[in-house]
Design a protein around this ligand. Structure first.
Ligand code: 5GP
Ligand code: ZN
Length: 115
């Protein structure tokens, strides 16, 4: 599991990334193709494919990862102006990397509906 997974390789330090947060369970780093002045990705170190797998195996992980997300958003100065958290899921949801990740986007106004 995760042998061909880019984010597992980043978590293992096999692919470099601009890491901005890490603890035993999670890692956050800059998106390689930023879509906003602040664009971070937060991932569990453990390979979890998507929200469905997280919900099935460890639903509390979602709460813990949101604690990290909120903390990073505050540290990056995105509070109180606001920011967007995105979790693309499955092919139609636009998920290209099949390792659970949350995008934190901020520093500009976010339009709605998304593309
Ligand atoms: P998804 O489309 O799956 O929601 O988002 C995957 C994100 O991962 C994309 O925004 C893409 O730019 C980013 N990404 C893909 N490969 C790499 C990489 O090797 N390093 C970093 N830092 N980001 C990556
Ligand atoms: Zn993985």
């Amino acid at each position: 599991m995760g042998q061909d997974c880019i984010f597992c390789k980043i978590a293992a330090g096999e692919i470099p990334a601009k890491t901005c947060y890490e603890d035993e369970e999670f890692l956050a780093f800059a998106d390689i193709n930023p879509q906003a002045p602040v664009h971070l990705l937060v991932i569990p170190r453990r390979h979890v494919a998507d929200v469905a797998e997280a919900a099935a195996t460890d639903p509390a992980l979602i709460g813990r990862i949101f604690s990290v997300i909120e903390r990073l958003a505050r540290e990056r100065g995105l509070v109180p102006d606001g920011f967007r958290v995105v979790c693309n899921t499955g092919p139609q949801g636009g998920q290209t990397v099949k390792h659970l990740h949350f995008h934190i986007l901020g520093g500009r106004f976010m339009g709605w509906p998304p593309g």
